[in-house]
Design a protein around this ligand. Structure first.
Ligand SMILES: C[S@@+](CC[C@H](N)C(=O)[O-])C[C@H]1O[C@@H](n2cnc3c(N)ncnc32)[C@H](O)[C@@H]1O
Length: 427
């Protein structure tokens, strides 16, 4: 009698003490393989391996190689069988395996009770002294936290980044430097990190560096951490300097920014926006960040727009998630120094002769300066005039107009102070 050919399987297995990792591999005997994992010498008894997914396939070596190639950046640099795990990535692994031509049938897939896994969070709680903070500063920081602790939604990152030509990312190193955590729980992974991990190959990236900030409020509850992803796999930072918080202005973060980064991409804390913009713009690196929609008319930022060091991206960002994952509104906008081609919002600029601007949208203030509203821009007016943030966001400075004053301009009409604007002029 001819011996039947052994069956072939691909599996995803995970150890309970390592929830941010999983192993993806092949075997002819699922039962024996699991026993081997659980009997490994030197392994803690509490560290129990279990399958998250298993399936029968026609050619396990071919599929295993395809998985290795497809998810190369998600493999640990030193141990290639180990892959990064979170629920979004797990879905990707399973989808890929099931759509492969050698897939035969699914034998097992984890259900939601995976949450029983023990999660060990390394708590790095540096002392105030280590962090160079006084009690007063700590309090000020904590008071500011509310506006800072907003997560960016994945769809907002995707919507903006997909507007740029893919070639801008080709062979580039991206740094996500404001609390861009990578975690075993998809919900605790920053949308920026997840977007770049998932699109690493498609964008042709060279490297992705993500740091997680562990300040007064640890939004992602992970301690300060940093990860580097390349085509050869991923690794956590080898060493952290004493008292490292993952702050964008920590010497280690600045070193990464200056020496390893081509493009910075994140949603920095609103309360630190002035410092963040200064450091980022002075670094001379490309950036694509979310900040307050009113920055084009806010004193600290006006000079950057005036000197053409930054301009608006494509989209507004109105909705964010709180640490409790509830929706919250905030007036955010994308800002960048990457060329923006064919800006769709040009059509919101109504550049017409002054006489064609309806009276209610053109006023002269008490200093006899023209103030225009509702997207109207005079095409034949030679003197400076005041506009709100919208025309700047809609690309006015790319249409032959310039900002003429570094400071915010407050029109007074009949002695009444109106909201701040910026003075522009036709070139
Ligand atoms: C608006 S949230 C965005 C978080 C994440 N980047 C995202 O887009 O979902 C800003 C984050 O920056 C963190 N943060 C505050 N101070 C920071 C600093 N000095 N360096 C880096 N991140 C900081 C806050 O804790 C907060 O998680």
């Amino acid at each position: 009698m001819t011996k039947s050919k052994p069956k072939q399987y691909i599996y995803i297995v995970q150890a309970s003490l390592e929830p941010a990792k999983c192993k993806i591999a092949k075997t002819n005997d699922l039962e024996r393989r699991l026993k081997e994992y659980n009997n490994m010498t030197g392994k803690s008894k509490d560290n129990i391996y279990r399958y998250l997914f298993a399936c029968e396939v026609k050619n396990m070596t071919q599929l295993e190689n395809a998985i290795k190639a497809k998810f190369s950046i998600l493999r640990e640099e030193k141990s290639k069988e180990i892959y990064f795990y979170n629920s979004a990535l797990f879905k990707n692994y399973v989808k890929f395996i099931k759509s492969h031509k050698t897939f035969v049938k699914e034998l097992f897939i984890q259900t939601e009770d995976k949450k029983q896994l023990v999660k060990i969070i390394k708590k790095t709680a540096p002392s105030l002294e280590e962090r160079g903070l006084s009690q007063k500063e700590l309090l000020q920081k904590a008071q500011k936290k509310d506006n800072d602790e907003f997560y960016t939604r994945y769809e907002d990152v995707e919507k903006e980044l997909s507007m740029y030509n893919k070639s801008i990312w080709q062979n580039k190193s991206v740094f996500c430097n404001c609390d861009d955590a990578v975690d075993d729980d998809e919900r605790n992974t920053s949308a920026f990190s997840l977007y770049f991990i998932q699109n690493f190959n498609k964008l042709g990236l060279k490297k992705l560096i993500c740091t997680h900030y562990s300040g007064v409020v640890d939004l992602f509850n992970q301690g300060a951490k940093g990860y580097i992803f390349t085509k050869d796999g991923f690794r956590e930072f080898k060493e952290y300097p004493k008292g490292y918080t993952g702050s964008f202005d920590h010497p280690l973060s600045l070193k990464i920014l200056n020496e390893e980064t081509d493009i910075v991409c994140t949603n920095p804390p609103f309360s630190r926006a002035i410092d963040y913009w200064k450091i980022t713009i002075e670094s001379g690196k490309k950036f694509l960040i979310i900040s307050n929609i009113t920055n084009p008319i806010t004193p600290a930022f006006i000079p950057y727009f005036k000197d053409n060091k930054v301009w608006a991206g494509f989209n507004e960002v109105d909705w964010f998630l709180t640490p409790k994952r509830e929706f919250t509104r905030a007036a955010g906008y994308w800002f960048t120094n990457i060329p923006v081609k064919n800006r769709p919002k040009y059509k919101q600029l109504k550049i017409v002769p002054l006489k064609d601007i309806p009276e209610k949208y053109k006023k002269y203030d008490d200093s006899k300066n023209l103030v225009v509203d509702n997207g109207y821009i005079p095409s034949d007016y030679k003197k400076p005039f005041a506009v709100s943030t919208r025309p700047i966001l809609n690309g006015l400075l790319e249409k032959g107009y310039k900002i003429v004053q570094d400071t915010q301009y407050f029109p007074y009409i009949n002695g009444k102070k109106c909201f701040g604007r910026v003075l522009v002029q036709k070139i």
